[in-house]
Design a protein around this ligand. Structure first.
Ligand code: AVI
Length: 330
């Protein structure tokens, strides 16, 4: 069995590597070069993202934590289901820092629920499981390692309980608005009318505040972006010289698109596997979108993907909202 497990693991790694290679190649050979931001999160990327969350300029985490601490009762009231048993499925659960307040509140009121955190990283899930066992021993937790939509399907197989999906942290901003509609449509199709979706949206605000969050004075966001080039060097044998790229962030206050780029400082060639990619001086690689939303746009997004807005829970500054939606009858 062990040999078979090792074989399966190796095959899975190979498939993942091939996909990484294909997506990097595809991105770097487009007219506007780009790289998929989902690949930021190797071990070093996770560490740098933790550091970003501690930057004074990066307000998103503190705003949402405030909502989970101050508005727990309001949040719980929207997902109570009149004491019917339910499952809380958290997509991209991470370290559970915010969710734990909600879980504690529900557990103290003897609500009948299970917590099903979903993440691609088994390591993160193992740590989260230990934390929940230690802090909230009565909470029934079952971790699900894999892709979001597959794991929602898995949760449906496990039980036909009412479902609450949590997607926190402003992660939805890392999809383009078009991708976000498709994402929510796929989710609503997997749910029953009345099931709940809670999303953390970063709201449109003073453009200077947004831009500073993605271009911190300490240069951590720059390192975070450059780390993807390092990862490509390590895992795909490329020869990016990270000293020859600079970080640039733009924010368009008209449509809420905050975009990060790496700028080639010189004309250069980079090779990996059997490919060579040329860069002009000043040419950019689009690395990430962190889309900011207006309240109207949130309503429109819900309506175009099978949901209706139940309520918006904002932080005191009004910079971030946890938007609670309900699946509507089709
Ligand atoms: C994970 N995600 C919500 C972060 C964001 O705000 O878009 C990733 C990030 N990129 C740069 N700083 C933070």
């Amino acid at each position: 069995k062990d040999t078979q497990d090792v074989f399966v693991q190796k095959t899975n790694n190979r498939v993942a590597e091939d996909k990484f290679y294909r997506e990097v190649l595809e991105g770097l050979t487009k007219q506007q070069k780009s790289l998929p931001s989902k690949y930021f999160y190797d071990a070093e990327g996770d560490r740098l993202f933790q550091k970003i969350m501690e930057c004074p300029e990066y307000y998103l985490t503190d705003c949402e934590l405030e909502i989970f601490i101050d508005r727990t009762a309001d949040l719980a009231a929207t997902i109570g289901f009149n004491h019917e048993p339910f499952d809380i499925i958290e997509l991209g659960a991470g370290d559970g820092t915010k969710t734990i307040y909600l879980l504690e509140y529900l557990a103290n009121r003897q609500m009948d629920f299970r917590y099903l955190p979903v993440d691609i990283s088994v390591n993160i899930l193992t740590e989260l499981e230990l934390l929940v066992h230690a802090r909230l021993p009565n909470v029934n937790i079952q971790v699900l390692a894999g892709e979001y939509l597959d794991m929602i399907a898995e949760a449906r197989i496990l039980s036909d309980r009412r479902k609450v999906i949590l997607f926190l942290g402003g992660n939805i901003g890392n999809l383009t608005p078009r991708e976000a509609i498709d994402f929510y449509r796929e989710i609503s199709q997997q749910l029953q009318p009345g099931d709940i979706m809670v999303t953390g949206f970063d709201l449109m605000k003073n453009p200077l505040i947004v831009r500073a969050a993605y271009d911190d004075a300490g240069g951590i966001t720059k390192e975070f972006n450059l780390n993807l080039l390092q990862r490509i060097n390590k895992e795909l044998g490329a020869d990016f010289d990270i000293n020859l790229f600079e970080h640039y962030c733009s924010y368009n206050p008209e449509n809420g698109a905050c975009k990060s780029y790496l700028v080639s400082l010189v004309q250069q060639e980079v090779s990996f596997e059997d490919t060579t990619v040329g860069f002009e001086e000043g040419e950019t690689i689009w690395m990430e979108i962190s889309q900011k939303y207006s309240p109207d746009r949130i309503v429109a997004l819900a309506a175009s993907s099978g949901f209706e807005v139940v309520t918006n829970l904002k932080d005191k500054k009004g910079w971030f909202t946890d938007s609670v939606w309900r699946v509507v009858e089709q």
